[in-house]
Design a protein around this ligand. Structure first.
Ligand SMILES: Cc1cc2nc3c(=O)[nH]c(=O)nc-3n(C[C@H](O)[C@H](O)[C@H](O)COP(=O)(O)OP(=O)(O)OC[C@H]3O[C@@H](n4cnc5c(N)ncnc54)[C@H](O)[C@@H]3O)c2cc1C
Length: 470
């Protein structure tokens, strides 16, 4: 081990290999509720693609597992280190290499955070519209999880914005995919294959993304409803109406109470309306011209009224922005309240009313409390589960995922599989798909050093399974 540490120090520099108690606690976990913190054998902080390549070459030669880490905000356990491995973190690779305003493209290193990129783009009238709730997340982490977030209803998710990648393969070779062009029909699309692979196929060292013009006008509409099913049923109508919301979220009454209280936010909803409300729809409309946004707000208001909203509120711009910021903190509010796990299932939009109703029944059967909010415009629910008993909670999670899959959905809409959802994924995913994914993993990473046991349960070669998938 001391020889490996010596070799790593030669590659990245003395101060950029950290071990033992010197590893800050932040690096020992991500934000997953169910994964225990782990101190890595070595925290390694490369400063360039060449250094990443040399580190991976050493790791492959010595069969040392490598877990890549961006900002550690992930919710799947995939960035939690291994005690016998390298944690490769990108704190030193945070340069924005290029903002090409003519082609509306940015080229960034993997450690660049969303808030950092946004601060550079705002003065240029541009935006990178993918907006997972945690703005401290890195672009490398976003690519690895195919991050989504509130704006996916209008703009899509990370994979719809990444044009190219530079990655280092498990054997140290550097691969470039795609580029500064928006379409390509030249062989297999390796960019898309790598997006969402949660650090198990390659390590990203550069990301090329497309940008959008930044809207100057915005309006936030809040509609309370007397029941959750009505909220969910309203969503397809809003999507079909053509108002093209940038954000279309549902927030149930418990979550709304929690997030507004935590943010000290009074939205001015009368008490008698609050008393009749079980869930809210939050809709943000944006555009370049105030008149057109106002017109759409009017149309939306009429529609919400027809769809059974108790009332419709157009929030003042400050409250609107504060509500969106408060919604982004919903995870931490649930965590502070002691929630035990999180469901991030995705479904066909029209199946959500039935899913939420049946989930409530399942929760009662398993003695759990479930509360929720989510990106309902793209069929993605985020349900917080309160059931401290492991066995009962696992039974509920199993039933909830099974219900999502049998309703035509998937286990995770955006947080990923990692370790947290692995048993459910392996049981419920089409076995042919799992076989193919494992074959792809074998081609990219024959020794299994990248994120062992994550996503597909493939161990490090020689790690007790004889190199075969677990
Ligand atoms: C409050 C809160 C709200 C959130 N809201 C959303 C949301 O709305 N939508 C959403 O999609 N997610 C959301 N997330 C989850 C999280 O922010 C995203 O998963 C994000 O993409 C993780 O980025 P990160 O830099 O923190 O990655 P990490 O947590 O560090 O890592 C995540 C994965 O990426 C891999 N990885 C990191 N860097 C690299 C690299 N350079 N090369 C290869 N693999 C790499 C890791 O190995 C791991 O598999 C939320 C999290 C929190 C805490």
């Amino acid at each position: 081990m001391s020889q490996l540490l010596e070799q790593l120090r030669k590659v990245v520099g003395e101060g950029n290999v950290v071990t033992g108690q010197a590893v800050h606690a932040d690096y020992t976990h991500d934000e997953t509720l169910t994964a225990a913190p782990v101190v890595p054998l070595a925290l390694v902080l490369p400063g360039s693609t060449d250094e990443v390549s040399e580190v991976l070459t050493l790791a492959a030669e010595q069969r040392v597992p490598v877990v890549a880490r961006g900002s550690g905000t992930g919710l799947s356990g995939a960035a939690v280190p291994r005690a016998d491995g390298i944690l490769l973190a990108f704190d030193r690779m945070r340069r924005i290499r290029e903002i090409d305003t003519e082609n509306q493209i940015a080229v960034v290193e993997p450690g660049v955070t969303l808030e950092q990129l946004d601060a550079e783009l705002a003065p240029l009238g541009l935006i990178y519209p993918v907006s997972p709730g945690e703005q401290s997340g890195s672009l490398g982490g976003n690519v690895a999880t195919n991050a989504g977030g509130m704006r996916a209803v209008r703009y899509g998710v990370t994979r719809h914005h990444v044009l190219g990648l530079e990655v280092v393969l498990a054997d140290g070779r550097v691969l470039r995919t795609g580029g500064k062009f928006v379409k390509c029909s030249s062989g297999y699309d390796l960019t898309q294959l790598l997006i969402g692979s949660e650090g198990t196929l390659a390590v990203t060292t550069e990301v090329t993304v497309k940008l959008q013009p930044r809207f100057t006008q915005s309006s936030t509409v809040l509609a309370p409803f007397a029941d959750l099913a009505q909220v969910a049923e309203a969503v397809p109508h809003i999507v079909h109406s053509g108002v093209d919301p940038s954000i279309l979220e549902y927030v149930d009454v418990l979550v709304m109470a929690g997030i507004t209280q935590a943010a000290g936010l009074d939205l001015g909803i009368p008490d008698d309306v609050k008393a009749r409300t079980l869930a809210y729809l939050v809709v943000v409309l944006e555009g370049m011209e105030a008149d057109r946004v106002d017109e759409d707000v009017q149309r939306l208001g009429t529609l919400l009224d027809q769809l059974g909203a108790i009332d419709v509120y157009v929030l003042p711009s400050t409250s609107g922005a504060q509500l969106i910021a408060a919604r982004e903190r919903a995870f931490f509010v649930g965590k502070a309240a002691g929630c035990d796990d999180l469901i991030d299932a995705v479904l066909p939009r029209a199946s959500i009313p039935d899913y939420l109703a049946r989930l409530a029944v399942l929760a009662t059967e398993h003695g759990a409390l479930v509360t929720g909010c989510g990106h309902i415009g793209d069929g993605n629910v985020h349900v917080t589960v309160f059931q401290p008993d492991d066995e009962r909670r696992h039974a509920l999670m199993h039933a909830a995922f099974e219900l999502a899959v049998s309703s035509g959905g998937a286990i995770s809409g955006e947080h990923g599989i990692g370790t947290a959802k692995l048993p459910y994924f392996l049981e419920m995913q089409d076995p042919v798909a799992v076989d193919l994914m494992r074959a792809i993993k074998q081609v990219f990473d024959p020794s299994g050093i990248l994120g062992p046991e994550r996503v597909l349960g493939v161990p490090l070669v020689g790690d007790g399974h004889g190199g075969r998938p677990a």
